[in-house]
Design a protein around this ligand. Structure first.
Ligand SMILES: Nc1ncnc2c1ncn2[C@@H]1O[C@H](COP(=O)(O)OP(=O)(O)OP(=O)(O)O)[C@@H](O)[C@H]1O
Ligand SMILES: [Mg+2]
Length: 584
């Protein structure tokens, strides 16, 4: 008896659909692209229950005739390419004729359309791949309206895999947003359970960027450039130093009018921002790249997320210089911190690994590693200090630190203290983070967070993603001492803040950047809030530095910041003697 057989067509369809339709966001992507390809100047998307119950899309594009409806929802039914030759120069967003077929086999779909120049409109249902005959329906204007109900009704395993409404909605937003940036001259509306998440009218590109992401327009820079040998053109919309977020969800890349992902290319732009932004926060930008169509392969992934570009490395370098130029010339000099050489303490080196990885970091444009001899010589000194901490000699170490004399502040970041033959260098932000964290953590644990009520509330404009996160975060915020109310769906008013945090705004944003906030423990959240809050904290001087050290010594764990980085390093005078080639 044979055991090999060809699968029934509905099973094949469901398997194929899985490659295109993973979740509501992928349906939205396909339907929005179809509307845009149809020339719609207005696209509306309405979700119910994160798109799981319904995705309703409405456009004013060229519509679909009855004849075309009859072939729609079949595999490889497309109007966009006709031969393999066209594959090399695809200019529309869709081209495979896969999308509707896939959606139609895993959901209950209703489509209504009125083609341009026709007085008639038609209505058709598709369920599990089976179509009804188109029947006449009334539609006031040309365009197409599609309702996708009960996604994955026939593939329960996939349905179970879907996340919470908020999480699915956020993924839809992240798919939807790029199109609003790509087509600033068109209108877009996105709602969830009747609530507006995004509503944008035609505007110039930079203005659209600010409007769609709810950012201050005055912090948005633009620029463009060309790489003539490659026939590549480049356009940038960039947030300046004032726009810093904890997630990379405000970073967009478009290649030949298509939203794409390319870690390599985004990496170059992010690297450039590193020159002016602290670790742990990310900038906002959109890069629009145009290269000859034959240099791009858009068919790498079935869902068209990824592209491959020839000359990617060279393009990256070009992007970097262009971005740097825009930021450094338009962004204002105030952003160029650390133009003088700074001695960078071993940021990533845990105590017990010595300092082999230490390096000296120069200002923008030039980086170099620590001169060889220092790197090698330094190891035992730090190792000794590490050993003191590790081997439970904390008490002795605390005593020594309390006996130190304050010398001064270096590079607006480090406090210098001396004791005997030792110079202690204290990272004031790491120290501050430790102090705040322990205080805040204890207050949260005992449900006694000290709050300050604000006379005028602090108003925070939310990005659409933060807006979605807010519903899940609000309760945690309250627990942490932030009383908040939502204003007009776009901004949050903060009425009270915890006293311990110096920059409450940054702390709130850090909490809003956590998708899983409902499941994250309080210590982690408190740690994050403190980190965000001191990252740009004030510079302390003199007496304050001494006071800080004393307070720190009262902490349960004063030797590392809550994220595990060292708070101190100790330099012995013998170390300096060797640098000066003093033999003794
Ligand atoms: N909103 C719409 N308005 C007008 N025509 C549409 C619309 N949506 C789909 N169509 C027509 O239906 C065809 C099939 O759409 P479908 O999304 O399945 O394939 P595609 O867009 O050609 O390719 P891809 O699978 O890459 O998206 C399209 O080629 C287009 O002619
Ligand atoms: Mg399509």
């Amino acid at each position: 008896m044979s055991i090999v057989h060809v699968l029934p067509s509905d099973v094949i369809a469901r398997i194929a659909a899985g490659e295109v339709v993973e979740r509501p966001a992928s349906v939205v992507k396909e339907l929005v692209e179809n509307s845009l390809d149809a020339g719609a100047t207005r696209v509306e998307v309405h979700l119910k229950e994160g798109g799981k119950a319904q995705i309703h899309i409405k456009d004013n594009g060229k519509g679909i005739s009855r004849e075309d409806l009859l072939v729609l929802f079949q595999r490889h039914a497309t109007s966009k390419i006709t031969s393999a030759l066209d594959l090399d120069k695809v200019l529309s967003l869709g081209f495979r004729g896969e999308a509707l077929y896939s959606v139609g086999s895993v959901a209950e779909v209703n489509i209504k359309s009125r083609a341009a120049g026709s007085a008639d409109a038609w209505d058709m249902d598709v369920k599990g791949g089976r179509k009804s005959d188109p029947s006449p329906v009334a539609m006031a204007a040309q365009g197409t309206e599609i309702r996708v109900n009960e996604l994955f009704f026939n593939t329960p395993a996939r349905k179970k895999f879907l996340k919470s409404d908020a999480s699915e909605t956020e993924q839809v937003l992240n798919i939807f947003l790029p199109y609003t940036l790509l087509y600033p001259e068109r209108s877009f509306l996105l709602t969830h359970n009747g609530r507006t998440l995004l509503d944008v009218a035609p505007a110039p590109a930079a203005e659209r960027f600010a409007r769609a992401l709810n950012l201050e327009a005055k912090h948005i820079l633009t620029g463009e450039g060309a790489m003539s040998a490659e026939d590549a053109r480049l356009r940038f919309i960039m947030g300046d130093i004032n726009i810093q977020r904890h997630r990379r969800d405000l970073q967009f890349l478009f290649v030949n009018g298509r939203p794409v992902q390319s870690r390599n290319i985004l990496f170059h732009v992010n690297e450039m921002y590193r020159l002016i932004m602290p670790d742990g926060v990310h900038p906002a930008f959109a890069v629009f790249l145009d290269v000859p169509p034959e240099d791009v392969d858009v068919n790498v992934h079935p869902a068209k997320r990824e592209v491959r570009i020839r000359q990617e490395a060279r393009l990256g370098g070009f992007l970097r210089t262009q971005a740097e130029q825009i930021l450094m010339t338009q962004g204002g000099a105030k952003v160029v911190k650390g133009a003088e050489p700074l001695f960078a303490l071993p940021e990533q080196v845990p105590f017990n690994e010595g300092i082999a990885g230490a390096k000296i970091v120069f200002g923008p444009g030039q980086r170099s590693s620590l001169p060889e001899p220092v790197a090698r010589e330094a190891a035992p000194l730090f190792a000794q200090f590490a050993a003191d901490v590790a081997q439970d000699r904390q008490g002795a170490l605390k005593d020594r630190l309390l006996r130190t004399r304050f010398i001064g502040t270096f590079a607006c970041k480090y406090h210098l203290f001396e004791e005997g033959e030792s110079l202690f260098v204290i990272d004031q932000h790491a120290a501050q983070e430790r102090i705040l964290f322990e205080k805040f953590r204890d207050q949260i644990a005992s449900d006694s967070v000290e709050v300050q009520h604000l006379l005028t509330p602090l108003i925070l404009k939310l990005t659409p993603q933060e807006r979605v996160a807010f519903d899940e975060v609000q309760e945690k915020l309250r627990l942490f001492g932030f009383e908040t109310t939502l204003l007009d769906g776009q901004a949050v008013a903060v009425h009270s803040v915890p006293v311990v945090l110096p920059s409450p705004e940054l702390a709130v944003r850090a909490l809003l950047a956590d998708e899983q906030v409902a499941h994250t423990d309080h210590d982690t959240l408190a740690r994050r809030a403190c980190r965000a809050s001191v990252m740009t904290g004030d510079v302390m001087q003199g007496q304050e530095a001494v006071y800080q050290l004393k307070t720190l010594m009262g902490c349960a764990d004063p030797f590392t910041c809550p994220h595990g980085r060292p708070v101190f390093v100790e330099l012995r005078s013998s170390f300096l003697d060797r640098q000066f080639l003093r033999t003794g």
